[in-house]
Design a protein. Structure first.
Length: 291
């Protein structure tokens, strides 16, 4: 769960510089990554909306680990230290946003639902040159992108990060095997701390109990695996649930949908819904100023 000591390569920095300095309020970045590619820890001077049309991204910040499947994007504020690891081949379609445009997004790194409309808007922006015609229809597309970001529903995909080396031994073991059923007593020797100390550290560092943290890990991992095409029954066992109904109930309690509601088909529409109650005036940002 610790941030990688690697940094974005010099070639990667050079490739992204035009997107970070573009004069337009937002620009699209499209790149296909091989399975296992790891960007290393880095930051950008502009906010990003990290989205993939296929594949699962594992995105680490100093505060949390996010498992981001298709149908979801991660909002990354400007200057946020983060690293992205590709869980299988990933077709990334991301946005870089100028400071005024980024006012539409959350203040902290957050997973948001990507509606079918927002998905198509992202792909449209990614198909345009970095310096698109500010007098043409892209001006309206950009405004609509910001409107959709401003009204997008949040997804409970953050797994709080730990810093204490004793906790890291526990969380790294569980991340490697979410089905590990040991309680804190079983991790005491590995961690070099008593169960009572570990329980206190979990509360202090993550704001969760050990049981809550492990459940969040299991649910986010399950979501990634189902989004990748795995059968829910197999996924349930792989993340530590002996009972498929119990797994389904926990999944629904966490995400508001059943495991069958994840995916790209009609049954997956539930996961792509977004919260219209959050709609605001973000879409007017570009309509009322010169770009």
């Amino acid at each position: 769960m610790a941030m990688s000591g690697q940094v974005l390569s010099r070639s990667g920095q050079s490739r992204l510089q035009p997107f970070e300095q573009a004069p337009r309020p937002l620009v699209g970045y499209a790149h296909d990554y091989a399975a296992g590619h790891d960007t290393g820890a880095h930051r950008h001077p502009r906010a990003q909306l990290l989205f993939a049309t296929s594949g699962v991204m594992r995105i680490s910040t100093e505060a949390a680990l996010f498992t981001v499947p298709p149908g979801t994007a991660l909002w990354v504020p400007a200057d946020t230290l983060h690293g992205v690891r590709m869980d299988g081949p990933v077709a990334m379609r991301a946005l870089f946003l100028r400071a005024d445009a980024a006012a539409s997004g959350p203040r902290a790194a957050s997973a948001i639902a990507v509606s079918p409309l927002l998905r198509e808007l992202i792909l449209t922006v990614c198909g345009e040159p970095i310096v698109w015609d500010s007098r043409g229809p892209m001006r309206l597309v950009a405004a609509l992108v910001l409107h959709e970001i401003g009204r997008a529903g949040m997804r409970k995909l953050a797994l709080p990060a730990c810093r204490d080396p004793r906790l890291l031994r526990v969380t790294e073991a569980l991340t490697g095997d979410p089905a590990d059923g040991r309680g804190l007593d079983g991790f005491a020797d590995v961690a070099g701390a008593s169960a009572r100390t570990l329980a206190r550290l979990f509360r202090t560092e993550t704001g969760m109990s050990f049981q809550q943290w492990r459940r969040q890990l299991r649910m986010t991992e399950a979501l990634a695996r189902i989004a990748g095409g795995a059968a829910p029954g197999r996924v349930a066992a792989s993340v530590g649930y002996a009972s498929v109904p119990a797994f389904g109930a926990a999944f629904r309690e966490t995400f508001g949908i059943t495991p069958a509601g994840v995916g790209n088909g009609p049954r997956g529409e539930a996961f792509r819904r977004y919260d219209t109650d959050r709609a605001g005036g973000a879409g007017n940002l570009l309509l009322n100023r010169n770009i």
